[in-house]
Design a protein around this ligand. Structure first.
Ligand code: ATP
Ligand code: MG
Length: 277
C-alpha cells in the first residue's frame, strides 16, 4: 500500500514529551483484509478531554474501540502496533481484556441502559467485578451524583431505567461507567441522540468529570469539540494510490484552539471550514 508521506500528523515536540495515560503508536486496524486505519500515533493526556473528529468512515469509532479492546468483540477485527495504558501494553498476552474495559470505560452513541432498575444499572458492574464495596447504597449515590443525575432520580431508584428520558439515560450510562472506578472514559458521539439541553448537560458534566478522569470523545459536532476538548485529533480517509481502498489516517493533532484557529494542514482547514466532509 502507498500513502502520501504528508498523511502523517506532526505532533509538536514539547507536547510529545508530556506524560500520557494512553499512548498509541504506529497502530493499524484491520477488519479481515481491509485496513480501516493506517499508522496512527498519538498520546492522550491524563485529566484532559480529547476529541476525535473527521468525516464519516475515517475510522474514529474503530480507533476509539481499539483503546479498550472493544474491537476484540468485533468479528474479524485486528489491531497491529502498540497501545499502552499507564505504560502497559493493553494487548499484552497476560492482560485481562475485561479489566482493561473496567479501567477504560465506554459510553455509546445511543443510551443503552440495562433492562433493570436505576439502582441495579449502577450496582451491576461492581457486583459482577466483585468490587469491595462497604455500602452499595453509598456507591450508587456517589456515581449518580458524579453523573449529575442523583437529584432527578433519588426518589425512584427502584424504577426501570427505561422510564428515564434519553438525556437522563445517557447520564445513567455515564454513572454506570463511573461506578466501576475507571481512569479513562471513552465516548462515541454521546450526544448525537440528544436535544440541545440534554447535550449541554452532558458537556457540563464532561467538564466536571475531567478533574478525575481522562475523557476521549468522538464527535461529529465541531462546535462541541471546540467547546469541550482540550486537544483535538482530526482524521480523514485517504484513498490508496494503487487499489483505491480508503483507509483512515490521523492528519493533525493539537490544542483545540490551535487546530480550529490555525490548522497546519490544508485538509484540516477544509474540513473545519465545511469545504469537505
Ligand atoms: N465491523 C466492521 N466490519 C467491517 N468493516 C468495518 C466495521 N466497522 C467499521 N468498518 C469499516 O471501517 C472504516 C472505519 O469505520 P468507523 O466506523 O471506524 O468510522 P467512523 O469514523 O466512526 O465513521 P462515522 O462517523 O460514520 O461513525 C469504514 O470503512 C467502515 O466501513
Ligand atoms: Mg463512528
Amino acid at each position: 500500500m502507498h500513502f502520501r508521506a504528508s498523511s502523517a500528523a506532526s505532533i509538536p515536540v514539547s507536547e510529545a514529551s508530556a506524560p500520557s495515560v494512553l499512548d498509541v503508536e504506529d497502530v493499524n486496524i484491520f477488519y479481515g483484509d481491509f485496513r480501516a486505519v493506517t499508522q496512527v500515533s498519538l498520546g492522550f493526556r491524563r485529566n484532559e478531554i480529547t476529541a476525535l473528529i473527521g468525516p464519516s468512515g475515517c475510522g474514529k469509532s474503530t480507533v476509539l474501540r481499539s483503546l479498550n479492546r472493544m474491537n476484540d468483540l468485533v468479528e474479524g477485527a485486528r489491531v497491529e502496533g502498540s497501545i499502552r495504558f499507564n505504560d502497559e501494553d493493553i494487548y499484552g498476552k497476560d492482560v485481562d481484556a475485561i479489566e482493561v474495559r473496567r479501567r477504560i470505560g465506554m459510553v455509546f452513541q445511543k443510551p443503552n441502559p440495562f433492562p433493570k432498575s436505576i439502582y441495579d444499572n449502577i450496582a451491576y458492574g461492581p457486583r459482577v467485578t466483585r468490587m469491595k464495596v462497604s455500602s452499595m447504597d453509598d456507591l450508587v449515590e456517589e456515581a449518580l451524583t458524579k453523573a449529575a443525575l442523583w437529584d432527578e432520580v433519588k426518589d425512584k431508584l427502584k424504577q426501570s431505567a427505561f422510564g428515564l428520558s434519553g438525556g437522563q439515560q445517557q447520564r445513567l450510562c455515564i454513572a454506570r461507567t463511573i461506578a466501576v472506578q475507571p481512569e479513562v472514559i471513552l465516548m462515541d458521539e454521546p450526544c448525537s441522540a440528544l436535544d440541545p439541553i440534554a447535550t449541554t448537560k452532558i458537556e457540563d458534566l464532561m467538564h466536571e468529570l475531567r478533574d478525575e478522569y481522562t475523557i476521549i470523545i468522538v464527535t461529529h459536532n465541531m462546535q462541541q469539540a471546540a467547546r469541550v476538548a482540550d486537544r483535538t485529533a482530526f482524521f480523514t480517509a485517504l484513498a490508496d494510490d494503487t487499489t483505491g481502498d480508503r483507509t483512515g489516517v490521523l492528519v493533525e493533532y493539537d490544542n483545540t484552539a490551535k487546530l480550529f484557529e490555525s490548522p497546519a494542514d490544508q485538509r484540516t482547514e477544509d474540513y473545519i471550514s465545511g469545504r469537505f466532509g
